[in-house]
Design a protein around this ligand. Sequence first.
Ligand code: TXA
Ligand code: MG
Length: 310
Amino acid sequence: MKKDLSNIKKSKLLLDKNHCVAIPTETVYGLAGNAYSDKASLKIFKLKKRPKFNPLIVHYFKLQDLIVDCEINTNFKKLYKKFCPGPLTFILKLKKTSKISKHVTNGMNTLAVRFPKHPITRKLLKSLNYPLAAPSANIYSRISPVSKLDVKDEFGKKIKFILDGGTSKIGLESTIISLVNKPRILRLGGFEISKINKVLKTKLKYSEKKNKIQVPGQLRFHYSPGIPIRLNVKKPLSDEAFILIQKRKNFDKKYFYLTKNNNLNEAGKNLYKILRKIKNLKFKKIAVEKIPNYGLGLTINDRLKRASKR
Ligand code: TXA
Ligand code: MG
């Protein structure tokens, strides 16, 4: 606890000086910088090797901080009240008077915003007088990190400090919904769309085709461990690591299990951890068993599909 407080203080000091710090969130770790600072925002793009056209998500502590920068509407209020802080990202209209660095949005007039739930990052956000721009703390197009060690695996000593918050509880990025016009799901994530539909009384679904232009960063290939992945495999080849949804009785060194008993939330939490593990064990190829396509299974399949594209 004491250690956490001194680490939060250290992070604040670095962020105040426009440095980048990796922060824990309940979804994945983020690479954070002052969203009001051009210098800090540019550093994030450089460290991640991320193309400038791909805008960043900005993390706020509370509603009053957000309304300085964004226009809000009824749909937003409903979802905020019910689900924030949490693993949901909103696209909103930027106010003309907003202080967000133009590099964060690449000059667009909308902003992706989120209120992360992780208690350590909430304490940090509360202590700052600016919001944090933070994309996932991985090199562009690679697997998102879900622990301090994962961030180290991505960046080595290139970042000044990693604020340790244990393993991310959800392990998949936030779900993104645009509320600029009619609500639209832009990215599947760690938050089930059915819950949004209940509150907004809608029947939103995610459609990959419709999103091509809307979300510049939604690459077809992404989240990749850097080796070929084959999906819906019944029997792996001899040189493939094999990812299975549920533990089997017969043990094999190259079998990796997403869950103990078929729980898709647990599978979501373990997905990136297992992909990274397989990569670090120097396997050359991955095969994946068919994953159920409902609940968080939709997100898991979306990520695996992108990771399998080359
Ligand atoms: O869970 C998460 O969302 C994590 C944690 C750290 O908060 N962050 C994350 O950020 O996944 P990133 O940068 O890896 O993904 C953000 C996505 C990108 O695909 C980007 O193109 C999209 O959000 N995005 C950002 N601003 C946008 C905007 N104004 N309109 C549409 N899409 C936007
Ligand atoms: Mg990312």
